[in-house]
Design a protein around this ligand. Sequence first.
Ligand SMILES: Cc1cc2nc3c(=O)[nH]c(=O)nc-3n(C[C@H](O)[C@H](O)[C@H](O)COP(=O)(O)OP(=O)(O)OC[C@H]3O[C@@H](n4cnc5c(N)ncnc54)[C@H](O)[C@@H]3O)c2cc1C
Length: 628
Amino acid sequence: MLNLLPWFLLALVGDSLALVATALPGSVNLKDYELKHSFLIDGQEFDYIVVGAGGGGIPAASRLAMAGHDVLLVEAGDDPNLLSDIPGGAMALLGSNIDWQYPTIPNNVSCLSARDNNACRFSRGKCLGGSTSINYMMYTRGNPRDYDDLGIDGWAWKDVKPYFLKYEGLQDLDELPPTSIPYHNTNGTMKVGFFVDSENSWHSRIIKSLQLLDIPFNPDVNAESQIGVTQVVGYVHKGVRMSTARGYLTRKDVKKVLKVAKRTRCTSVILDENNSATGITVITQNKLDLLGLVKKELSLYARKEVILSAGAIGTPQILMLSGIGHAAHLKSLGIPVRVDLPVGDNMSDHVLPLCIIQADPGLGIPVLNPFVIGTKGVQGVQWLATKDGPLASNGLTDATALINTKCYDFEQRKLTHNSSDCELPSLQIINAFIDRNLLQSIELVVQQSIGLKLDVVRQLSAANVHKALLVVSPVVLRPSSRGTIRLKSTDPTDDPAIFPNYLSDERDIEEMLRSITILEHLAETPEYKAHNASLLHLKFDGCPEYEDDREGYWTCYCRHMTYSVFHAVGTARLGAVLDEQLRVRGVERLRVADLSALPELPRANTAASAIAIGERVADFILNSEEEK
Ligand SMILES: Cc1cc2nc3c(=O)[nH]c(=O)nc-3n(C[C@H](O)[C@H](O)[C@H](O)COP(=O)(O)OP(=O)(O)OC[C@H]3O[C@@H](n4cnc5c(N)ncnc54)[C@H](O)[C@@H]3O)c2cc1C
């Protein structure tokens, strides 16, 4: 999860290199879209308006425009920057100007070591590509049961699988076994493939050690079985991030037809007296207006439909601002109620305790050594010139494992396969690497980027003086805790009230405890032991000592080191808020196409599902037009 190469750059020259990279345009710099945006006028009409240019919105808008419709895509953010293009730069995008950096409300049973008064970190992309422009680029699609078990008409795996395949442009099928062929498409617009070699010896060591616990090597977790340790395919092509902005918006056939309004924030959906969506209201900001002083408020109209794709936070916010939500909540803010629906309920997010394994380092050369500085500088130049080298990799993150912890034999220390549920992963292990002696010089940068309290960062950096740190993230794939989104006020530019409510259900802690025991076993495999590896026991006020109460210690640890994978779903869910064609119940001509629609988290990273939903909404609309 944590890729620390960019931090090297930060450490070497302060923030300046990263700042320069942030300011420079990346591969998705859509100047020609700019021209169209500046012509937006109050009252302007389009066939379709899509709100939010992220995982779901870009595919939806692109397909509708390619089918010959006059489509406007509005996005609150701007172009992604150069750092977003660099796979090794992902971590430095957290807390940057293309991250919404939403504040959250603490529940005081999770994120107790979060820097901002126990408020969990909550990152979302704010630029073309949305969160696909700042994510960690892991391409996993999930388990067929994620859809079959929803029990929603038309949403079984057989119904959704074609949409996953439609956009997939797998470049490395020849590196997968022949049994993978039926599960992939090589021609889709989202080109995905393996990251280049991270040149870190821990990569193969991690894979081998997990195999020592009888976790099988699985060459393709997007095929027959998800279970095992794998080198996962990434949203990366020719050494550059493959966001939806790059995958769709840079296509000539899309550029020719799609209108995109950047720096344009939707503030509400316009509903007529029959609860039919006729358009949206927006606030737009000119590019040269850096201070945001000259903002225009416009009403834009859709002859056919409005599609909300502002993500699991933005979409419920816009719905509630438009009078669609819990009646009592809307009334409490004085918003006239148009439809009483459970908008903003049921938020579910992948969550993990940040765990650290300390180990003897391979290199162990201090960061400020001229040799290291030179090497890192060369790597930067290498990436710029050839899009190759270590910065084209996402570090150890592509070495990942998916297992069901209830199928792990804790006595025997091995994964078993004694029921069909063993095919359903409950845990994903994600890895990252911090080379020895790195943290001390960049404690404040780490604090800003990861959002941990300074005393925790200091404990990490003290351990890092003599040891490399493996950041091992055991992700709870099916958390039971649920959060909510509500409005703080009627001001559309106010952040919504996000209450993630992580670890409020004890079952999530139980899953974390099983995962941590597996990590302890991992650290005791010969591969790790040969490097004097052990799980780091950080100290927290109010937690029992590990030696006195192991389970109490780890429970308390999980409540302190809680971290989100930023995969929230379910806040305008199919069934309760949307019908099976993604139409908002009780409203005409309004659909939702993003992860707020998914009632349950897929047992996987989530971008793949968002893109499939975007593809799907376009088909729903185009098919319904054919029927008329
Ligand atoms: C740091 C991070 C790491 C992640 N790692 C991975 C990973 O490795 N693999 C993976 O598969 N997934 C990953 N994800 C998750 C994945 O990227 C998201 O689940 C997916 O992009 C969600 O798609 P979406 O369309 O629902 O929302 P988004 O992609 O977030 O798109 C929503 C868009 O709407 C815009 N918007 C919001 N409000 C408004 C408004 N009022 N007006 C106009 N525009 C608005 C936003 O700026 C944004 O561009 C990660 C996410 C993050 C943040």
